[in-house]
Design a protein around this ligand. Sequence first.
Ligand code: NAD
Length: 479
Amino acid sequence: MQKLNNYIDGKICPPNNGQYLDVYNPSNGLVYTQVADSSTEDLEIAVMSAKKAFPIWSSMSVDERHRILIRIADLIESKHDFLAEAESKDNGKPLWLAKRVDIARAADNMRFFANASTQFASESHSMKGAINYTLRSPLGVVGTISPWNLPLYLFTWKIAPALATGNVVIAKPSEVTPLTAYLFSEICIEAGLPAGVLNVLHGNGANIGAAISKHSDIKAISFTGSTKVGKIIAVEAASNFKKSSLEMGGKNANIIFGDCDYDKTLKMTLNSSFSNQGQICLCGSRIYVQEDIYDRFKKDFVAAASKWKVGNPLDSDIKVGAMVSKPHMEKVLEHIKLAKEEGGQILLGGERIYPEGLKEGYYIGPTIIEGLGNDCRTNQEEIFGPVVSIMPFKNEAEVINLANDSNYGLSCTIWTSNLQKAHRVAKEVDAGLIWVNTWLKRDLRTPFGGVKQSGMGREGGFEAMRFFTEPKNVCIQYE
Ligand code: NAD
């Protein structure tokens, strides 16, 4: 069994303490490999290597850095199917989804930010007798911490803008799904990324993740994960005056008006509810349906969701694969139990599924709950599984209040054929991302992030590049 080791100073190397964590294949519940459980000793070596690499990488021309990052994107593309199989095995997601979304978008991230670096410019402000211009310099050594739900996609989403702007990176992928980040290290070696520019440290979040967010030589932390861990990182970063960008949990509203394009709304609501087993931070988990179509929509939604086949992630006809881990599956099942205790009626699903030949795997089918008020825990806490709550509403004002009655504010989807109403509701809902008559359509140039307990700061496009650079104003008097 090949172990998944760290990538430090341009080399794949075992952790100093010799400690490893088991890595499971969620489709069958079996340990398939082990991953390095790094310690602060590994971190010190990685930071030293990154500091040595910083003057080399940051002083390269934009063109030279661009060439290397594009080479990495090309290599991801050339290994597309192999990486997709790895992602599916590690995470439990359907193989077709890993191919279509995770790996394709990981290559897009590298290519997009490499190209964006050739267009990234700073401002100039002219005044009477003087001109100001702003220099935007890389920060130095920066840390990125990413989750398990879209492993390579979110790993590259962070490191690409950091590297493209001339920073050197200490990256910590999730210990639950470390495989593609490990394979990415091999790609960096093949692409000729100079030693120390990217260091990948694997291991337990509470140990090595916390050590990265505390380290005084690491100037910024870009984190995607739960609100609980985001809060810890926010405190660490603030007490060390570190820049931080936090992308956290969500409890997204999906607002369906009676005048929507019914068939399209139904089809897309299935996707926004259950794609990736509901383990996408942007999934809509609170579905508000206007009362004139509520009964019809509920019936059709349950019927359509019941056709979503659950099973082996490698089968091309399944829609729902395995939950990422046993603890996460158990957490989601606990939430379903709670929903019943709160008075919810389970219209579909609600139980663990044991597919033939994969009885030890972690499966839960699409689960639809009805009959709960907005303020119960089921409708307030992030579940992060294939579980949605469906509720009727009367009018625009009421549904805006319901949507905003949440500590979270990541995204919201609105379905209506009335453009004025779409604009009004989009403006009033407290969320960082609004989709109207679509879901998950992404343009990498747009700001990405949430409000309230869903996020602090924005990623995407030049927003991410501004985060990873420090502006310095130079004022020159010429009169
Ligand atoms: P998590 O917070 O448990 O872990 C995320 C990362 O943080 C992992 O790499 C983990 O090892 C690390 N970590 C854990 N404890 C740490 C600590 N004390 N200090 C530093 N790092 C630590 O999240 P998860 O369970 O991996 O992912 C699911 C969560 O991510 C959900 O809440 C989901 O909404 C959120 N998410 C948000 C977005 C977004 O863009 N807003 C995108 C994807 C996922």
